[in-house]
Design a protein around this ligand. Sequence first.
Ligand code: ADP
Ligand code: MG
Length: 321
Amino acid sequence: MSEFDLINQYFKAAAVKRDDVVLGIGDDCALLSPPPGKQLAVSTDTLISGVHFPETTKAEDIGYKSLAVNLSDLAAMGAEPAWVSLAISLPELDHAWLENFMSGFTELAQRYSVCLIGGDTTRGPLSITISVTGFVSPEAVLKRSSAKAGDAVFVTGTLGDARLGLQAILNKSMIDKNLAFCIKRLNRPTANILAGQLLGVFSDIAAIDISDGLLSDLGHICTSSETGAIINLSSLPLSNELSHYYHQKPDWQKVLNAGDDYELCFCCSQQQVSALLEKFTKHGIPITQIGKITEVKGIQCLLEDGAKLDITQDGYNHFAT
Ligand code: ADP
Ligand code: MG
């Protein structure tokens, strides 16, 4: 099979149809028609086998996750996904693997009507680089720099599940524990597209997706906004599975540095809180207020009795020395 047959069979065939794709896979470039009045939101993420997912991860989960983590960046910007390109490096031509990879990828692409518009296919260690493009109205953009002292800090969903799932996969002695939910959270993260778009209706919301842990990612909002934050640990939303695993006494160091959940963290003014809660409830998206933005720099983590807990940031760092 030639490289071109492979592209036609697995990638071109999987592309979701969209009217704004004038020319998709097959030429030197894709030709696209962006909607007038919108800004384009563009983001790229690479996933390397053994770094971003365990080598034992199933192909369909890798396909799903590669797209999900990219869509998550669009969600955190308030953008509506439209186009995706896929650069994939494969150690060998394995038809079953490719079929399964594309089935996971396409499941999510179809859900959000994202069209695969091109990419690159090479031989080498397994690695996937995806670029996504979405549309956003200028007034609906969610920037990291928009937080202000006094703002309420929220997160969607629950925190720490994916890290626990990874721990369960890597640590065989945990295999008897019922952590299937957490493993699913690791392999099939939610892309909070609807949440991002609901937030765009409100003005000046700061947001980020939690890929490297709450402490690190809320830290990015604080740095960009030149603020600090207080996190009330007893308010953090935890899944039943995680609470049960920690016997209701969570390891905060781990939970606050847990990557891969791809929930959104966002900040809004106190005046926006009730309307925002109402909107999210209406759409059945769980959100939890976990703290507030402060003028004082740094992030303080408070226990229920108000005592400060020192947590060090130990989220994954590719170039840590
Ligand atoms: P070129 O040599 O001009 O860069 P390629 O031979 O790499 O073109 O690709 C041929 C066509 O197939 C292009 O339209 C390219 O975007 C598309 N393509 C290649 N690999 C992929 C992939 N993994 N997913 C989607 N489209 C792909
Ligand atoms: Mg090429």
